[in-house]
Design a protein. Structure first.
Length: 162
């Protein structure tokens, strides 16, 4: 079965595609029957050059376009998108819209939490500051309590040595 599909050419991270007619069992970049044009998606605006006459010829002979090529053919006004593909495209657009709304709702939900979180963080810092001032005082008292014990112990040792 023949397919009209994209054959990748170009450099790493800079894709360019040739629109070719190829056997469906051949690899993506493998042997092809005919080159119909090219597609450069990284250009702004995207560049599409296609031999419409030859594309119509192969479509009439029964060659099936890949999903992306079907979109390109529709953009060029050569062929309509198959109903199955149109349904898939519509479903993808609905999912994208739903995901965008969900992320927007999540951002709105996080905004009030961030404000209350800042207040909670500020109130949590206040006790830490008080605790920090109390700890040095407690540490200062501990050595004083230990000092007499050491002195007494040292005096006791001195007496036994003498």
């Amino acid at each position: 079965m023949l397919r009209i599909r994209l054959r990748r050419v170009g450099k790493k991270k800079k894709p360019m595609y040739r629109i070719v007619v190829a056997d469906s069992h051949k690899p993506r970049d493998g042997a092809f029957v005919e080159n119909l044009g090219y597609y450069h998606p990284m250009d702004n605006p995207t560049t599409i050059v296609l031999d419409e006459e030859r594309a119509k010829h192969w479509l009439d002979k029964g060659a099936m376009p890949s999903d992306r090529v079907a979109k390109i053919l529709k953009i060029q006004g050569i062929a309509e998108i198959p109903e199955k593909l149109a349904t898939r495209i519509a479903l993808g657009e609905q999912r994208a819209k739903a995901a965008k709304e969900a992320s927007k709702a999540k951002a709105e939900a996080d905004a009030p939490d961030a404000a209350s979180g800042a207040e909670a963080q500020a109130s949590a810092e206040e006790p830490k500051a008080e605790a920090a001032t109390e700890k040095p005082a407690a540490k200062a008292e501990e050595p004083k309590a230990e000092a007499p014990d050491k002195d007494a112990a040292d005096k006791g040792e001195e007496k036994s040595e003498s």
